[in-house]
Design a protein around this ligand. Structure first.
Ligand SMILES: Nc1ncnc2c1ncn2[C@@H]1O[C@H](COP(=O)(O)OP(=O)(O)OP(=O)(O)O)[C@@H](O)[C@H]1O
Ligand SMILES: Nc1nc2c(ncn2[C@@H]2O[C@H](COP(=O)(O)O)[C@@H](O)[C@H]2O)c(=O)[nH]1
Length: 193
């Protein structure tokens, strides 16, 4: 897709589920006005408080698979029993109009995106302070009986092994310090283009 340099840049957050990507993204978006959130499509159900077109575009499996057939995704993955994907049209529209996007992707999605936009993307890996803290955060957010909790923890171990392939790695221990560090990294990247 990298025909002619796109004007907007892609900032990608990856981390094991529950590390705090969405929490950090919300704070960073509040501080960097020229950055917009890239809304992915998914087949998973809405969590309380989530809104269509704001957190995700919620599709059913048939709709998602039809969109795959039509080449509607830059990348997509299937995990935790659901599809997740980055929409081609929305991404192209943003970067062609010079808007920078913040994407929240799993590690494979992030590394695939880097192959497509090697010069126009920055990959940030966010680490939890420990597996014990990660488990606490997932329990706090989703509850003890949440479907997929064990799967998310198992996948976390695997995802941590990809950290060194990212451009930057930040540990999300104290939230305020993490937001300051991440905001600094992104500002530096956007101003040294
Ligand atoms: N630094 C932090 N200290 C304490 N709690 C935190 C911190 N960062 C995030 N949290 C909490 O951890 C939980 C998980 O955060 P969040 O939903 O942002 O994770 P995520 O990485 O976006 O997860 P997913 O990939 O599943 O969407 C939330 O309840 C959030 O409030
Ligand atoms: N490869 C992609 N991964 C994505 C995309 N959108 C979100 N995600 C990742 O999914 C997990 C789980 O999210 P949740 O909202 O169900 O907790 C999370 O780690 C995201 O990074 C996408 O478009 N492509």
């Amino acid at each position: 897709m990298e025909q002619g340099a796109p004007k907007g840049k892609l900032i990608v957050f990856s981390a094991p589920s529950g590390t705090g990507k969405s929490t950090i993204a919300k704070a960073v978006l509040g501080q960097i006005g020229e950055l917009s959130f890239s809304v992915s499509a998914t087949t998973r159900s809405k969590r309380p408080g989530e809104e269509e077109g704001v957190h995700y575009f919620f599709l059913d499996k048939k709709e998602f698979e039809e969109l795959i057939e039509k080449g509607g995704f830059i990348e997509f993955e299937y995990f935790f029993g659901n599809y997740y994907g980055t929409l081609l049209d929305k991404t192209r529209e943003a970067i062609d109009s010079g808007r920078h996007l913040l994407l929240d992707l799993d590690v494979k999605g992030a590394l695939n995106l880097k192959k497509l936009f090697p010069l126009d993307s920055l990959l940030l890996f966010i680490r939890p302070p420990s597996m014990a803290v990660l488990q606490e955060r997932l329990l706090q957010r989703d509850g003890r009986n949440s479907p997929g909790l064990q799967e998310r923890l198992e996948r976390a171990e695997l995802e941590l092994g990809y950290a060194e392939q990212f451009d930057e790695v930040v540990v999300n221990d104290d939230l305020e310090q993490t937001v300051t560090a991440v905001t600094g990294i992104i500002r530096k990247y956007l101003t040294t283009l």
